[in-house]
Design a protein around this ligand. Structure first.
Ligand code: NAD
Length: 255
């Protein structure tokens, strides 16, 4: 058990990569807060996975782009578990359009969730960790697209590129408090966010050709890296991006 008695919040963990991280953290002994948006019951699948495996978790509804709800999530965590050790910014969205046709309201929504969200969450989590005085871990789920361009996905790529510099900057600022800040850059992970590619065999074939290991990644692949960064083994890592991408960053381009 690498996260025994640690308390972790994972945003957007009702599905996909966040669900994989929440389940893995709980199996490593952490008490987990499953953040979600949507109807009551949205987080039940993740909660049941954790509880059936003997882990501890609660669900808190919080839109990461809303500062009041973000603070309520931190307060709810302290009320339930008494402290906060690890915060994973996983929530993210994407809409794809040719650049010249990208609707402004969708650009603003992507920025609100993918950039303002991690900014607010890192800020609120860091304030709590500084108050506790024992350091902490901030882990941001970025993307290979913090570096790699992706045509028709300009707003998403811009937010992930910005997340790279947010992480580098606050890692230096928070180091004095023994709070580490790192990004994980997933490649193509089989989750609901990639529904358009998963549903199109030609697109999927072209994507697989860009991945040296020749397969989709799984949420568990990302959860392994998140566990490393959250555990004692990751204590000396800060301000970096760790790509988990089947070698995709070493190829020429991206879909
Ligand atoms: P997903 O759609 O399953 O997960 C995203 C989650 O974020 C959903 O549960 C959604 O409800 C939640 N969410 C959306 N808006 C929110 C908000 N305002 N507040 C709180 N939660 C919100 O997709 P995923 O692939 O698991 O994506 C998780 C993260 O991984 C995202 O940041 C995404 O950019 C990143 N990522 C995914 C891939 C991939 O191939 N799947 C690749 C690179 C990066």
């Amino acid at each position: 058990m690498r996260l025994q008695n640690k308390v972790a919040i994972i945003t957007g963990s009702a599905t996909g990569i966040g669900q994989g991280i929440a389940a893995r953290f709980a199996s490593e002994g952490a008490m987990v807060v499953v953040d979600y948006v949507g109807k009551p019951g949205t987080a039940d699948q993740t909660l049941n996975l954790i509880k059936q495996a003997g882990g501890k978790a609660i669900a808190i509804e919080s839109d990461v782009s809303n500062p009041v709800q973000v603070q309520q999530m931190i307060d709810g965590t302290i009320k339930a578990f008494g402290k906060l050790d690890i915060f994973v910014n996983n929530a993210g969205i994407e809409y794809k359009h040719p650049f010249t046709e990208f609707p402004l309201e969708q650009v603003q929504k992507i920025i609100a969730v993918n950039l303002i969200g991690p900014f607010l969450c890192c800020q609120a989590a860091a304030r709590q960790m500084i108050k506790q005085g024992n350091g902490g871990r901030l882990i941001n789920i970025s993307s290979v697209h913090e570096d790699l361009p992706m045509p028709t996905n300009a707003a998403y790529c811009a937010t992930k590129g910005a997340l790279r510099m947010l992480t580098r900057t606050i890692a230096v600022e928070l180091a004095a408090h023994q709070i580490t800040v790192n990004n994980i850059g997933p490649g193509a992970i089989f989750t609901p966010i990639d529904a358009d590619v998963e549903a199109n065999p030609d697109l999927e074939k072209a994507l697989m050709a860009e991945i040296p290991l020749g397969r989709w990644g799984k949420p568990q692949d990302i959860a392994g890296m998140a566990t490393f960064l959250a555990s004692e083994d990751g204590a000396y890592c800060t301000g970096a991006t760790f790509f988990v991408d089947g070698g995709m960053m070493r190829q020429a381009g991206s879909l």
